[in-house]
Design a protein around this ligand. Structure first.
Ligand code: SF4
Length: 929
């Protein structure tokens, strides 16, 4: 018996299932196999329900928090998701998006079966297809391309990876350089800035122990790893830390801050350099750290040979370099009062080693030269010595654990110029958003194109150009959309293959949430609960809803179809170690990983009488270690130390000699922190080789602010929506379904606009029509709209979910421009879920990215999102949600920005500096032209 109705309750006294106090805590893990509690929704009846609690990992942003699925024992259905208290990163806490996983699982609009296009691409005509047929067709086509040497025509384009290493392994096994990502429309700007300093591309801030926390992001609600970080930022604040936020918009984070600085977009680096100047002026710097860890000797020797070679000369050089960045000058340039800049500098000086910071998207992703913002931010850490310290900020990789994967293939030795073109040798990730233009100008074609949890038509700039190439079968031969939800891009696929949401798949991952390391294990909760109940499954789809697959098994089975007889040498990487005539199982795959490559896990498991795999299935995560500080100072064994101080062992660089000790150092060629980057100098970017301020493409002085020009900030996230995957999460859309253009009252007055006025926002390539919201929560001269909304579907009965999308037409106007026009808002509909008839919100929002041309930064490759726009009242015939775009003009803009590049090859015929990392890194010979 799993539920009991006990009759009406006494109003004041409710019999407890557990002693007082215990229900206020998480259910104890020893009772997760059989947990009983009252059903809150049955009130006033007292109904007991029994559950199996199965841990998994949230897939609804990059934070990978732990979730605990409450699988009802009687029905086998998941009733809700809560936090997993055993997860060291999230510690039992989630944001609204985690529990909304339940909506995604049971959404009546969900894709439950594989679909194949039955008419022209984009016609919306689909037929159901069996998985086996789909795998054979796709695998056969990839196998043909590989046999014919067309490896570069296979491309896997990922939005939310949600895993560490599985797909890298697959692509290495196939021997293709086909990994494409969304990173250059997300975070490449800041990553480049960090990587040039230290070889690591992100920070890991120790917020809990900090005394001053500086955020160039809306970190409390939407930054990278924001829920795990937010809880630690609040712990730091409770312990007395000051919180400072730099953002032109009054985000929730800015509202919670001790100091909110609202500079002109794109001037953030100037503000940070003014702080650096003050720290130098006050001598509030850690000289011992700088002397030991900055490449100052190399800088003076190679770049400033006319100066003498002492440390004091380097300090003098720093002082001279940043002397022009006075607070008064910065106040004028940034539009922030000088006293606020001084207050920030004073806070950093007082915090010393306990200064933690983070920047994510925001300035680094909005501006031409945005990568320098991270360079200038890290400069403050270098000056104060708050690098790797308790309460300071470390390189991200110190606090991230990536286990070895089973039976890993060697690196491939190819270089795909559609992804890594000669013009962008420093691009931090693939030039993904330029693919339409590369295809149009004949740089190549794609024979098999996977979009995987990715929606470039909607997410990338200039989506109409994506539609143009996705509907051209000469450019894209076969488009396979692997997706848990419908998307604007899946509409233009040949196959739409339903993949599991976060509670329906296996993955491992780990992120830099604090000064420690952990490994999370995502698992299909219905399968695991079923196995606990004694059921046996051959494959995860047998337990998942409909015919929803998990990706691990998809890629394993697809690899068999590519190479059914093993002659390509691919199949061997996917054979079961127990029986090579069968594909490897997920239990074998992760069993090996947990047995062999997670330090401490076998012992922890053994102490509970479990195998490592059983332990991970029980808890969903394991802590690897904690309190990881000052790793650059760790001693290392070396066989040889060169005159340059670089230490080697078995031919590999392992560290650097500092003051007589051989220690680990950083990942740069000098193993030090590179204030001056010799690599940038050698590759022709000498004038930008130090942390400096670059003028953005949306600089306020270039705008006609007394007229109708403004800066559009289009990249802020809403805390409760999931990029393009909230469409099937009704809880989330009930919370967030408005999409106004933020505008300061001063601008609204000047332009004659009220809240609700319909305006045209005109970019270089087109315009969109949206309503104004007057608010003092934004800097005058700047307008902003969240990047989440404006979802559309082209058919009433299929395509994007009706909880979130407007019915729309996409058409070409007589003058050749494209137009998206909404023909209906969100309406209630009838489905198996009675809530669909209770929908009360109507606004699907306005899509803006379609109207943005590509702005590839010539160094980082990051798309510079901010826009210089004109704002005028809507014209006769305009409708809310209209987007009109000239893609011919977008192509011209692409060519204009391409002219800013300084193409490789660089020294020694290299396509890219060897030491700069890249995804699915090939062998070194592939780096040479
Ligand atoms: S922060 Fe929210 S959406 Fe992101 S992983 Fe955690 S619970 Fe999921």
């Amino acid at each position: 018996m799993t539920s009991v109705a006990d009759g009406a309750p006494d109003e004041h006294e409710i019999p407890r299932l557990l002693p007082a106090g215990e229900l206020t805590n998480f259910p104890p893990p020893e009772r997760w196999d059989d947990w009983e509690e009252y059903d809150a929704t049955a009130w006033p009846q007292r109904v007991r329900r029994r559950y199996r609690l199965v841990p998994t990992t949230c897939f609804n942003c990059e934070s990978a928090c732990g979730l605990l699925a409450y699988v009802e024992a009687e029905t086998g259905k998941v009733r809700r998701f809560e936090g997993n208290p055993a997860h060291p990163g999230s510690r039992g806490r989630n944001c609204a998006k985690g529990p909304a996983t339940i909506n995604q699982m049971y959404d009546p609009e969900r894709i439950l079966h594989p679909l194949r296009r039955a008419g022209p691409r984009g016609s919306g005509e689909w037929e159901r297809v069996g998985w086996e047929d789909a795998l054979k067709d796709i695998g056969g086509r990839i196998g043909r391309a590989i046999r014919e040497g067309r490896h570069d025509e296979i491309m896997y384009h990922v939005g939310r990876p949600g895993e560490d290493g599985f797909m890298d392994r697959v692509l290495r096994a196939w021997g293709v350089d086909g990994h494409n990502s969304h990173t250059n429309i997300c975070s490449s700007g800041a990553r480049t800035g960090y990587a040039l300093w230290m070889g690591y591309d992100r920070p890991s801030a120790d917020f809990t122990n900090a005394r001053l926390i500086l955020l160039l992001s809306a970190h409390l609600e939407t930054g990278h790893y924001f829920n795990p970080h937010a809880q630690r930022i609040m712990e730091g604040k409770q312990a007395g830390a000051k919180l400072v936020t730099v953002d032109p918009r009054l985000s929730n984070t800015a509202a919670m801050s001790d100091l909110w600085l609202s500079p002109w977009p794109g001037t953030e680096a100037a503000l940070l350099l003014a702080v650096a100047r003050l720290l130098l002026e006050w001598d509030a710097v850690d000289h011992d750290f700088i002397r030991r860890w900055v490449n100052w000797e190399e800088t003076l020797r190679e770049r400033f040979p006319d100066r003498s070679l002492g440390y004091a000369d380097f300090v003098e050089l720093l002082v001279e370099t940043y002397a022009p960045y006075t607070p008064v000058w910065a106040a004028e340039e940034c539009g922030v009062e000088a006293w606020r800049i001084e207050e920030l500098a004073r806070g950093i000086a007082e915090a010393g080693h306990r200064f933690a910071s983070h920047t994510w998207r925001s300035a680094g992703s909005g501006n031409l030269g945005g990568w320098q913002v991270a360079r200038c931010l890290w400069l403050l850490h270098v000056l104060t010595g708050a690098v790797g310290t308790k309460g300071g900020t470390s390189p991200n990789a110190w606090d991230k654990f990536v286990p070895e994967h089973w039976n890993s293939p060697p690196p491939h030795s190819r270089w795909n110029e559609l992804l890594w073109p000669a013009e962008y040798p420093f691009a931090h990730h693939e030039m993904s958003f330029l693919l339409p233009y590369f295809l149009k100008e004949g740089r190549g074609k794609v024979d098999v194109y996977f979009t995987r949890v990715y929606n470039p038509v909607w997410t990338n700039p200039d989506g109409f150009s994506w539609i143009e190439v996705l509907t051209d079968e000469d450019l894209v031969g076969l488009h396979v959309a692997l997706t848990p939800t419908w998307s604007e891009t899946a509409w233009y696929a040949d196959y739409v293959l339903p993949m599991g949401v976060g509670a329906e798949r296996h993955d491992t991952h780990s992120y830099e949430t604090h000064a420690g390391r952990w490994l999370g294990f995502r698992q299909p909760v219905l399968r695991v609960a079923g196995e606990r109940a004694g059921n046996q499954y051959h494959r995860t789809y047998e337990a998942n809803p409909g015919e929803v697959w998990e990706e691990n098994e998809f890629w394993i089975d697809l690899s068999w179809q590519i190479d059914p007889d093993g002659s390509l040498g691919i199949r061997k990487w996917f054979e079961s170690p127990a029986d090579p005539t069968k594909p490897v199982s997920v239990d074998e795959y992760y069993g090996w990983m947990f047995d062999n490559s997670v330090p401490g896990l076998p012992d922890k498991a053994a102490s509970e009488g479990l195998s490592p795999l059983q332990f991970m299935r029980k808890y969903g995560a394991v802590e690897v270690d904690r309190d990881r500080y000052l790793l650059h100072e760790q001693s290392v064994d070396a066989e040889l130390v060169g005159l340059d101080g670089i230490a080697r062992k078995e031919g590999a660089v392992v560290g650097v000699r500092i003051d007589g000790d051989v220690v680990a150092g950083f990942l740069t060629p000098s193993k030090r922190l590179e204030w001056w980057s010799p690599t940038m100098e050698e590759w022709g970017w000498g004038e930008q080789a130090i942390p400096t301020y670059l003028r953005t493409h949306v600089h306020w002085r270039d705008l006609d602010l007394s007229g109708n020009e403004r800066i559009l900030v289009p990249i802020f996230r809403l805390p409760t929506l999931i990029h393009t995957r909230s469409g099937n999460a009704k809880y989330l859309y009930e919370i967030s379904h408005g999409h106004p253009l933020w505008m300061h009252p001063r601008d609204a007055e000047a332009l004659g606009l009220e809240t609700g006025t319909l305006v045209r926002v005109t970019t270089e390539t087109g315009y969109f029509v949206i309503r104004v919201w007057r608010t003092e929560g934004i800097r005058p001269g700047v307008v902003a709209a969240s990047h989440h909304m404006g979802r559309w579907r082209l058919d009433e009965g299929s395509g994007n979910e009706r909880w979130s999308s407007a019915l729309a037409n996409v058409e070409r106007l007589e003058d050749g421009r494209w137009r998206l026009r909404q023909v209906g808002g969100i309406e209630p509909f009838t489905s198996d879920d009675p809530d669909s008839e209770r929908i009360w919100w109507r606004d699907a929002g306005v899509h803006q990215n379609l109207a943005f041309p590509p702005h590839p930064d010539p160094v980082s490759g990051m798309h510079a999102w901010h826009q210089r726009v004109r704002i005028t009242k809507a014209e006769r015939g305009d409708r809310y949600g209209d987007v009109v775009v000239d893609t011919a003009r977008s192509y011209q803009v692409y060519r204009e920005w391409l002219r800013l590049t300084r193409p490789g090859p660089g020294p020694d015929g290299l396509r890219r500096p060897l030491w700069l990392n890249r995804p699915v890194r090939p062998t070194p010979d592939a780096y040479r032209v």
